[in-house]
Design a protein around this ligand. Structure first.
Ligand code: PA5
Length: 449
């Protein structure tokens, strides 16, 4: 099993009775998911995706990745939210957070379209100067502002470099199968397109072309990722917390919520997990945070953040719990050298593996935080392999859907994300009656402050 969910350290915080009390809600959630009778049931494509994906497109993804590897120094993935986080998480988790600086025969990869900061965009444009570049625009709706405007800039750059036709051969579009502006653009210009299926929402889409093309460009074995997801889908079928660790995790976090623990801190001792944290935060935050409900997801990388957030976690408000991802196998072995002068007094560590020290930091922290009144759920993960990444993605998607149904919300929509967009469009002067009305409302609101 690739992920084991351990509740050993929760005894002082929740009882067996607290867990038992949630079993009827779990059974109901399982029923809603498997019988497709719950809210958002038209977005359950991710559930069988590890088996029922488009095999022809999958082969095309691998072919496109080979072409990009051969004709590009730089690959830019343009997308925001669910349209980039999973791919970035995979590349950093499986390869390295320093992927671009590694010795490799694959292109450097940059993620753009996830910000509208002029500096951030122009920095990447400058990095592209004198280099061969391909881009992948990823937007399910094809209407999202951030990737939309950033695509214009990269398209202009490509057209100057390669001409309109040459540029089109370097623009890969991942979007809805038939609707939207991007699809229209792709058809008009003959760009290669990939599909985000209708029934797979953005934050559940990393195992579609949305995530798989950038991941494959990084030289990662996407067949192995799918195998990991298949193992998870087979292992996590039963509605039974003794054997289904994703369901167990969903129940434990809801039991802690019922005790007033309204914030979950995802913690890991591997910096390569940082973007997994970001992906997980979007998955759970956007899925659960609605109708005045939800557990606020935050994240840390230890031991780094013990020197920034450690104090507040140890002694601040007791409304938090931690979920610690304990990765069992380190990718490398590093031995601490001896220092004949022992200037730093650390010779007691000479000859030890760095991962041994990291492990003791982990254990020391778990018990310090437990002493301080912070419950810890432990998720044991075997390694940073492709298979384990695929397993972990499916594990969290499933846990999120079940947890959301236990909470009594629709885990597959995101109505709240529209509020800032409406204001932004009104302030930008986007044509339309609605926008003009909102602009007038905002002007009045601003005067009242
Ligand atoms: O989970 C979601 O649906 C969102 O986070 C989207 O992924 C994000 O808003 C980007 O949307 P789009 O792919 O339509 O540009």
């Amino acid at each position: 099993m690739a992920i084991k969910c351990k509740a050993d350290y929760l005894k002082n915080f929740i009882s067996d009775a607290d867990i038992k009390a949630l079993i009827p809600s779990l059974e109901n959630a399982h029923k809603q998911l498997t019988e497709k009778s719950g809210a958002g049931n038209d977005f359950l494509g991710w559930y069988d995706l590890p088996f029922e994906y488009d095999k022809e497109e999958f082969e095309r993804i691998k072919k496109a990745a080979e072409k990009i590897k051969n004709d590009s120094d730089i690959f830019i993935a343009i997308g925001i939210g669910g349209s980039y986080l999973g791919a970035r998480a995979a590349i950093e988790f499986i390869k390295s957070p320093y992927y671009n600086n590694l010795k490799k025969d694959t292109p450097d990869i940059y993620f753009a379209g996830n910000t509208i900061s002029s500096s951030a965009v122009s920095e990447i444009l400058k990095i592209c100067e004198g280099k061969d570049v391909s881009i992948n625009v990823i937007s399910k709706s094809g209407t999202t502002t951030e990737p939309g405007v950033v695509f214009r800039l990269f398209r202009e750059m490509l057209e100057k470099k390669y001409g309109k036709e040459g540029a089109a051969k370097r623009i890969y579009i991942t979007t809805d199968k038939s609707r939207g502006n991007l699809k229209k653009f792709a058809d008009a210009n003959g760009c290669e397109t990939f599909v985000i299926p209708d029934d797979v929402g953005g934050r559940y889409s990393v195992l579609t072309a949305c995530g798989l093309l950038p991941i494959a460009v990084a030289g990662i074995d996407i067949d192995a990722i799918m195998r990991g997801a298949q193992t998870a889908a087979n292992a996590l079928k039963k509605c039974d917390i003794a054997s289904n660790d994703a369901y167990k995790y969903a129940v434990l976090r809801n039991a802690l919520l019922a005790k007033g623990k309204v914030m979950e801190i995802m913690a890991c001792y591997e910096p390569a997990f940082q973007y997994m944290n970001e992906w997980w935060k979007q998955l759970f935050g956007e899925s659960e945070g609605k109708d005045g409900k939800g557990i606020f997801p935050v994240s840390v990388i230890y031991s780094t953040d013990l020197h920034s957030l450690g104090q507040i976690i140890q002694e601040g408000q007791r409304n938090i719990f931690e979920t610690v991802v304990d990765i069992k196998k380190s990718n490398d072995t590093v031995i601490i050298p001896n220092d004949s002068e022992n200037i730093d007094g650390m010779n007691f560590l000479s000859g030890k593996e760095l991962s041994f020290v990291n492990e003791k930091a982990y254990l020391g922290t778990v018990f310090a935080h437990l002493d301080g009144g912070v419950p810890n759920i432990i998720l044991e993960l075997d390694s940073r392999s492709e298979e384990d990444y695929g397993y972990m993605v499916y594990f969290f998607e499933l846990a999120c859907a079940i947890s959301g149904y236990i909470l009594g919300i629709n885990p597959f929509n995101q109505p709240g994300v529209e509020a800032y967009k409406k204001n932004m469009f009104a302030l930008l002067g986007k044509p339309g009656e609605e926008n003009e009305k909102r602009k007038a409302e905002l002007e009045n609101l601003m005067k009242s402050f």
